[in-house]
Every structure is written in C-alpha cells, then in structure tokens.
Design a protein around this ligand. Structure first.
Ligand code: SF4
Ligand code: SF4
Length: 372
C-alpha cells in the first residue's frame, strides 16, 4: 500500500508530553494541543509502547482516538524488544496491548523500536520482523519500518536483510549532521539510496537546539531574525529530500504554536541562512556540554534509580551559567533518588542510550564536580 500524502509534514511526537505536578500526564493540555494540531492540518501522531510506561499511548487515546474519527489521524507506535519485556512472548504481547491502549483499531505505521548495536539481535532472535509482517497481512498495520540509532554499516546490513521494511525513522538535526556517533547525513543518504522514506526524530535534539548554548544564540541573533531557535532546527530537516514526516516531541501549547508558525507556510532555508546553520554547527562542535536528549531510556533499568538526564542537565547548566544554583538544583533532582556517586557501573544504561554516551564516566565527572 502506498504512503498516504502527509501534507503538514510536522508530526506530533508524544514522548515528552506535559506533566502535572504529581508526574502524571496533563491530559486537558494534550487535548488542547491535539485540537490545535488537527485544526492546522496535522495528522501524524507518534507514540511508543515504552513512552511514559504506557502513559503516552493512553494519552493518545484520551486526546485523539476517543475524540476524533479514525480518518482524522494517522498513528505510529513501536514495539520495543529490549526494554520492558523479557522474552519473545512478552515482546510480541506489546502489539495487542498497544492496540487496546491506543484505541486506534489498527496502526498506520508500526516500528521496531530503537535498533542499535546493543539491541538489534533481540529483534532477530525473537522473530519480531516476521511478527510485524504477519500483523500487516492481518490488516492491523498499514506500513512498518524501524527506528534506528546506530552506524551506517548496521543500517546497510538491516536494509539488506529486510528489504521489505517500508520506511526508517532516523535522528536527524543540524547538530548531528556530521556527528560520527549519530551519523545523520550518512544514514539519511543510505535510506535515500535504498528508496526508503525517512521519518525524522529529534529535529531539535531533545530540546537542546530550542534552547541552545550562548554561542549558537549569538549566531542566529546577529541575523536580526526574531524566529525561535527551534524554528531554525525544524527548517533544516524539513528542507531535506525523502522526508515523510518530522516529529517534534512537543511539551506544551506554546511549543505547538511555535512549530505551527514555522509550517505556515514552511520556507526553506536560503543559502545565507544555511551559512548560519554551518556557523551554529561549528559552535556546537566546540562545545563540551553533555549531549543528552533526556529520552530517559537509560533510567528504566537503573538499579540505583539515578536520574541520569536530570543530573547531566544540572552539570550542563552549571557550566553555562556561573550564577546557577548548582548545589540546590542537584539536591532537588536527586531527592529520594540515587546520586551520581551511587552508580555501581553495571552498564545497563550505556547499552540503552541511543546517543551512545559514556554514562558511567560522565557520572563519575558529575560526582566530582557536583558532590564535592
Ligand atoms: S551503570 Fe550506574 S547509572 Fe547506569 S544503570 Fe548501572 S548503576 Fe545506573
Ligand atoms: S543519557 Fe542517553 S539514554 Fe539517558 S536520557 Fe540521555 S540520551 Fe537518553
């Protein structure tokens, strides 16, 4: 079945949904965001079995599936054979749980989730590729593909082994375009060569490019533009060929409005603007901040319950601002949870990290700088 056109191109990523003070998802605000998105012509929603331990799929049901006819939206969700399951049976069970939790009846897009060197073999061993093919034959999946966080060699290998995968979801943003750890450009080129449409994830690198370091701000500020920093990042990926959707994990209505402004209408980057992007890339290359996207994949199995992304955020903010109240912020994020110094170096987090960060070493540095 051919891909349906995706006129808005912006997808509503449901990984970083707004939260109430008690940590639950703020459903009324998600409803408002979904309403605004659909009113602007948006259709593509992206969730996953593991996001918010199932809360994201349930929020989709409450905000979209229960309130809109099926033809008003397309839904992507993902099966994760590495997190929150123990064997082939529990991995495959995610499919029917997602169907029930989302209330969508079928999935427009279904993905094998977060394939990387440490996880892809499980998808082979558990027979997940054949499992999704079977669900497609039953009419429960329109299109299937995989999301990918590894090197171009593995991407080639997977596309050769599974040439019927219909699309690939890749981390692409201007900061990671030439980053060897992410290989945005090379992976995008491989998909193009294989004729696979690309879904872009992390276009603002987990928010890092929406609130960038001062050196990057100065580049865009000097241009005299009042556009948001996030809009520069979105325009970079929206201008790429072979992109079916660009997912933005929006966390509030203001971010939704800002993204919709960028889309209405979308204006590709000019040559002069692309030059600014190159300057921003150089500034980021020279930066020593920890490039954590706060996806939280690392925290789910940490035996010491260490809030890894929150600790990295404190460390980055400490470096960026001498006035930052480091001790107080560090105490807040580690309250009732593990501190950097409690890491037992089990390595679970590093195997899960899609950014391939040396978390154990980074936590050691954080301990030295934040706990002394
Ligand atoms: S290596 Fe440290 S931070 Fe990572 S999961 Fe193990 S205890 Fe947690
Ligand atoms: S350390 Fe890696 S896995 Fe953990 S939140 Fe950051 S990017 Fe995600």
């Amino acid at each position: 079945m051919a891909f349906q056109p995706n006129p808005l191109k912006l997808g509503f990523g449901l990984m970083r949904l707004p939260k109430n003070a008690d940590g639950t998802i703020d459903i009324p605000q998600v409803c408002q965001m979904a309403d605004r998105f659909i009113a602007a012509g948006g259709t593509y929603f992206d969730t996953a079995f593991v996001y918010d331990a199932g809360g994201s799929e349930a929020a989709f049901k409450a905000a979209v599936a229960d309130r809109y006819p099926r033809e008003a939206y397309t839904l992507a969700t993902k099966l994760n054979a590495s997190m929150m399951c123990t064997d082939a049976e529990s991995a495959k069970a995610e499919f029917s749980i997602s169907l029930e939790r989302t209330g969508a009846g079928y999935f427009d897009y279904y993905l094998l989730h977060a394939l990387q060197r440490s996880t892809f073999q499980k998808y082979e061993d558990y027979g997940i590729w054949d499992f999704v093919r079977e669900q497609q034959k039953k009419g429960l999946i329109r299109h299937w593909g995989f999301s990918f966080h590894a090197d171009p060699e593995l991407l080639e290998q997977l596309l050769e082994a599974h040439p019927d995968a219909e699309f690939v979801q890749l981390q692409i943003n201007y900061a990671d375009w030439e980053n060897p750890g992410v290989a945005s450009r090379r992976n995008w080129e491989i998909c193009k060569a294989h004729g696979k449409p690309v879904i872009v994830m992390e276009p603002v690198k987990g928010g890092i490019l929406a609130d960038p370091i001062p050196e990057v701000r100065s580049v865009f500020d000097a241009s005299g533009s009042s556009a948001s920093y996030a809009s520069w990042a979105l325009r970079f990926v929206l201008g790429l060929e072979n992109v079916h959707a660009v997912l933005s994990g929006m966390s509030n209505l203001a971010q939704m409005e800002d993204n919709l402004r960028t889309m209405s209408p979308f204006v590709p980057l000019s040559e002069a603007e692309m030059d600014l992007i190159h300057q921003a890339q150089r500034a980021l290359d020279a930066d020593k901040s920890i490039p954590c996207t706060a996806c939280h994949y690392c925290t789910k199995g940490c035996p010491m319950e260490i809030p890894i992304p929150e600790i990295f955020n404190v460390q980055n903010r400490k470096k960026g601002s001498p006035k930052f109240r480091t001790v107080r912020e560090y105490d807040i994020v580690t309250l009732h949870r593990g501190r950097a110094g409690s890491c037992v170096a089990c390595g679970q987090c590093e195997a899960a990290c899609p950014q391939h960060l040396p978390i154990i070493d980074l936590l050691r540095q954080c301990r030295e700088e934040l706990e002394s």
